[in-house]
Ligand binder design. Structure first.
Ligand code: GMT
Length: 377
């Protein structure tokens, strides 16, 4: 199949999932075209069956806001025609489903019927899409997609709750490409980050308010009262300064390492003892699944799709949003006993294997095929 994928190219989870999916599809022999404003960060290679098409939006003095949707739908029409693409898969409803639908309509005028799948990722529904500024257009473009998928049951439930959806939503969870994971087993270099007697607690996110990074620091400060430890925070975003101030306020600043955006996440997970994800909301929690794949137990909230990924009492524990006492207690319950820690590590890895790309990619391929069959009827 010739598949066009539209996504955000940045470090966010939806872009990572879209890129990994595209690379996986290309390995199965499909021709994949990424259409976005920058080469996706996880796109490791451009092989003969992966192509990247840049959407550029030239500045013009009249524009207060650059019309990205217009440029994207134009690029979609031209690329789909030029490469005779079979189907369009857009990730994150805003504005991709909207631009995709416009492209679909423009192509129809020249007798080209392109089916479109929209994958909902989370904030496009729960935070941004639900805002009255966007809601009508988001609702419209979801209903106009030929197939809609969501990355968790919880996100499906939220979509049906907040929007007036006239079609079925298929749940297709996020995944891990285990063949592409680097484990650095013999080259962990733990000593670079912590002393031998310190536990390493890790958090990875884009440091937006929804991630509650101050809670990460608060949980860590509570752990430090009982155990020697270091906290590594990977990622960058608007809450970074607040988190630094929180660390100073709680007197733990010298034990917290802010790494910024990093391509070394796998190396850091290799020596991490616990992964913290105290989010206000999380449709899935890909960062938690990545930690679990590296055998790192997860302490998270029980919000959104997190309990579908982080199984309470097995791969880690889940707590109510903001309950940092409970989260700290749960961390200690795991790390205080090496045998318990080891069994949580094994469970985390085993549970993550259920999300192996080899199972999930098949679900997408089947949906693509059904979309193609229906578009030909
Ligand atoms: O919140 C993020 O980290 C970024 C955001 C995105 O769309 O790029 O993540 C959302 O999609 C990810 C991939 O499906 C999910 O794993 C995240 O849980 C989800 N974030 C939220 O729901 C807050």
């Amino acid at each position: 199949m010739k598949i066009a994928i539209v996504c955000y190219p940045t470090f966010g989870g939806s872009g990572v999932v879209a890129t990994e999916l595209g690379m996986g599809l290309s390995q199965l022999g499909h021709e994949v075209h990424f259409i976005t404003y920058k080469q996706p960060v996880r796109l490791q290679y451009l092989s003969s069956n992966i192509k990247y098409h840049e959407v550029s939006v030239p500045e013009y003095p009249l524009f207060h806001y650059q019309p990205y949707e217009l440029a994207l739908s134009t690029k979609l029409v031209n690329t789909i025609k030029k490469y005779d693409i079979d189907l369009l898969h857009v990730h994150y409803a805003i504005p991709h489903a909207y631009a995709g639908y416009m492209a679909k309509q423009m192509l129809k005028e020249s007798g080209y019927d392109i089916p479109m799948m929209t994958t909902l990722h989370g904030t496009d529904i729960t935070l941004v899409g639900n805002h009255s500024f966007y809601k009508v257009a988001v609702n419209f473009s979801i209903n106009k997609s030929d197939i809609v998928t969501s990355v968790s049951q919880s996100l499906k439930d939220d979509t049906l709750k907040y929007f007036d959806i006239k079609r079925d939503i298929k749940v297709v969870p996020n995944f891990i490409n285990f063949e592409m994971l680097n484990f650095y087993k013999d080259d962990c270099r733990r000593y670079m980050m912590a002393d031998d007697d310190e536990f390493i607690i890790t958090h990875v996110s884009n440091l937006r308010p929804v991630k509650r990074v101050n809670d990460v620091v608060e949980v860590f400060a509570k752990i430090l009262k009982h155990k020697k430890a270091k906290l590594i925070i990977i990622g960058d975003g608007p809450e970074r300064d607040n988190a630094v101030n929180q660390a100073i306020k709680l007197g733990v600043r010298e034990k917290v390492i802010f790494m910024g955006q990093s391509n070394d996440i796998e190396r850091i997970l290799c020596f991490s003892d616990i992964f913290l994800l105290p989010s206000e909301n999380e449709s899935f929690g890909l960062a938690a699944l990545e930690a679990m794949a590296h055998g790192v137990p997860v302490i998270s909230t029980n919000t959104g799709g997190l309990p579908e990924v982080n199984i309470h009492g097995k791969s880690g524990y889940t707590s109510n949003v903001g309950d940092t006492d409970d989260m700290a207690k749960n961390v200690l319950a795991i790390i205080e006993n090496p045998e318990t820690h080891e069994s949580f590590r094994k469970n985390a890895r085993n549970i993550s294997e259920k999300f192996d790309i080899k199972y999930i990619i098949k679900l997408y391929e089947d949906l693509y095929e059904s979309m193609l069959i229906n578009s030909k009827i």
